[in-house]
Ligand binder design. Structure first.
Ligand SMILES: Cc1cc2nc3c(=O)[nH]c(=O)nc-3n(C[C@H](O)[C@H](O)[C@H](O)COP(=O)(O)OP(=O)(O)OC[C@H]3O[C@@H](n4cnc5c(N)ncnc54)[C@H](O)[C@@H]3O)c2cc1C
Length: 574
């Protein structure tokens, strides 16, 4: 029996129109009723608004500008996008305080959205009040930042403060392209900064710079009691620790984050190509060669991103830092020579390597001239030039998930005596589905001080001794309500999900009990507390209890959510 239920529209306790109007005044007229730009397109597809919206369907900046949309459009048998009846398009901390107080006082379900990239659908909820931080995207650079109250224990260091609604494209433009420095952020340019810090967060170069959360110096956060708190190593240190990887939307609303910045290396670069094997036997041998090559040549601070293994190909999509073009070429030469010397293998796409000045890595102007099409711009009139996205990330815009699973791969699997176990698991897994191995999302091989910094966050300690995160996922085209030609075949989506289950089960044979990355994980993960946070969960639960004892903040499989019904409306136990 529920011990408490939140209020829904139509319930007698749902706020009256006048009460909503009062909130609207309190937030300077920024209360809105989110409506999907596609909502009317099935009925009236020929309007200008609909045709513009349909044209922008694969533009993540357009999707992100819509309070009613999220970057993933749903997940089979898990969640379907449903927007809130009301949302506050916050411009500052005071708007967020007003929204949090309103939700608490009226016993409403509250939902927070920044970049809208949650795969688990945790930034939308029907019958909720939405706090939308999109417009809080200011960026300020610091030459000598000291967290508040930390003057006695911290030396001033370069840093950047980002509003909660800023995206990584905003951060990289200010810090790297304009500022000539580095900040550890995410791989995908349109992910929100506050969401990623709370995820733990891995970027392309995390093998050298560690997790995003570990670079956090300070945050401002509005907690369930409506108080504006500073969280850093000296003030509210437990909350600070919880924000660093404890999962978004569970501890409060983060209004801004300050992250350390670093010196840029000379170069960043990429390596791309695809090798195909002519038979299963040859593929097994290729897998063994790749695993051994990775262990010997790439398992270090220089190399990140991923290799995707299909049933008969190895698809390399990696990045490097701090190596010249020549050093990177020398690194790969033995593998390229080996492939070339064996007739069982062919290059479906030749392995090609490009180093560039690190400062130009996110610079749209540079890419326009040197690698057109790799960075795709937000093409709407008036969009900031820095609003670009990697062409590869566009595939995920609006996608409908059939299944998504991840597991941290322990570095012990790279030992010579265990490599065959890893190869067997990869081979068996790829009989069912493609396996992505994201080397930058496991910290083994990173510098010791970066691993130590990540140890001081809520992120699952399993990430520290993993050489990679395996991701196995499948999806279909967008299913936003109102789209004229949504193709949805539930039976085939479920069949995909079954195959992905089988693929992950094969991989897990080699790494039983491996944890999973909270923000890139299975909606149906049954042991989620342990899988997402490992031994950190009890401490995280204590932080939740201290700052949000009544559970104002709820997300699916977020800390403390076990006390609530699946939809977060009924409290089941204290
Ligand atoms: C295309 C794509 C690429 C990705 N690439 C990477 C990657 O390279 N590395 C990586 O580590 N992860 C990656 N992810 C996962 C992603 O980083 C996380 O889902 C992250 O939490 C998204 O943050 P957001 O603000 O964009 O999303 P949202 O959906 O807005 O937020 C995610 C969660 O955080 C909460 N939240 C958002 N803002 C706040 C706030 N201000 N205060 C409190 N809670 C808040 C939301 O309620 C929600 O629960 C990717 C996801 C996608 C869809």
């Amino acid at each position: 029996m529920p011990t408490r239920s939140r209020v829904r529209p139509g319930d007698p306790a749902w706020p009256s129109a006048a009460t909503w109007q009062k909130l609207n005044q309190d937030v300077g007229g920024r209360l809105l009723k989110p409506e999907s730009p596609f909502a009317r397109c099935r009925v009236t597809p020929l309007t200008a608004a609909c045709s513009e919206a349909l044209q922008q369907l694969t533009n993540p900046y357009f999707i992100g500008d819509q309070p009613a949309l999220t970057q993933t459009s749903g997940w089979i048998d898990a969640w379907a996008l449903q927007s809130s009846p009301y949302g506050v398009a916050a411009r500052g901390t005071a708007d967020i305080v007003a929204a949090v107080n309103f939700a608490r006082e009226h016993n409403l379900r509250l939902v927070v959205k920044g970049g809208g990239h949650s795969y688990q659908g945790t930034s939308n909820a029907p019958d909720s009040l939405l706090v939308w931080t999109r417009h809080m995207n200011e960026v300020a650079m610091h030459e000598a930042f000291v967290a508040r109250g930390c003057a006695d224990m911290q030396v001033p260091q370069p840093a950047v403060t980002l509003g909660a609604g800023a995206m990584w494209s905003d951060a990289y433009n200010a810090v790297t392209t304009q500022g000539g420095r580095y900040v550890q952020g995410g791989g995908c340019a349109t992910v929100g900064v506050a969401g990623l810090v709370q995820s733990g967060g891995f970027g392309s170069f995390s093998k050298n710079y560690g997790t995003v959360a570990a670079g956090l110096l300070e945050a401002e956060i509005v907690t369930a009691d409506g108080k504006v708190r500073i969280a850093n190593a000296c003030t509210n240190a437990d909350l600070f620790w919880g924000i660093k990887g404890g999962g978004g939307g569970s501890l409060g609303v983060v209004t801004r984050v300050t992250l350390r910045t670093r010196e840029l290396p000379e170069t960043f670069g990429g390596m791309f190509g695809r090798i195909k094997a002519s038979s299963d036997d040859a593929y097994r041998v290729l897998l063994a060669r790749i695993v051994d090559f990775y262990q010997g040549a790439l398992f270090n601070r220089h190399w990140g991103e991923q290799i995707a293994f299909t049933s008969d190909t190895v698809n390399v999509s990696m990045v490097f830092q701090g190596l010249s073009q020549q050093q990177a070429e020398v690194t790969w030469a033995p593998l390229i020579d080996w492939v070339g010397a064996h007739k069982e293998y062919s290059f479906e796409r030749p392995l090609k390597l490009l180093a560039l000045p690190a400062r130009r890595f996110w610079d749209p102007e540079y890419f326009k001239h040197h690698a057109p099409g790799v960075l795709v711009a937000d093409d709407r009139p008036g969009s900031p030039a820095a609003h670009v996205v990697w062409a590869g990330d566009k595939e995920q815009v609006g996608w409908f998930i059939h299944s998504y699973q991840s597991a941290w791969m322990p570095a012990s699997l790279l030992r010579k005596d265990r490599q065959s176990q890893l190869v067997d698991a990869l081979f068996a897994s790829t009989r069912h589905w493609d396996v992505g191995v994201h080397f930058n999302k496991g910290l083994a091989g990173a510098p010791a001080d970066e691993i130590d910094a990540a140890r001081n966050t809520a992120t699952n300690p399993g990430a520290l001794s993993a050489f990679a995160l395996a991701i196995i996922a499948g999806s279909g085209s967008p299913t936003y309500a109102g789209l004229p030609d949504v193709i949805s075949d539930p039976a085939s989506a479920r069949a995909d999900a079954g195959r992905i289950d089988n693929a992950m089960a094969e991989l897990m044979r080699a790494m039983p009990g491996a944890g999973s990355y909270v923000s890139e994980s299975d909606y149906f993960q049954s042991d989620w507390q342990t899988a997402f946070w490992g031994t950190n969960y009890p401490k995280l639960a204590a932080v939740k209890k201290k700052y949000d004892p009544d559970g104002l903040f709820f997300v699916h499989h977020g800390v403390g959510s076990e006390a609530w019904s699946e939809d977060g409306f009924a409290r089941l136990r204290r």
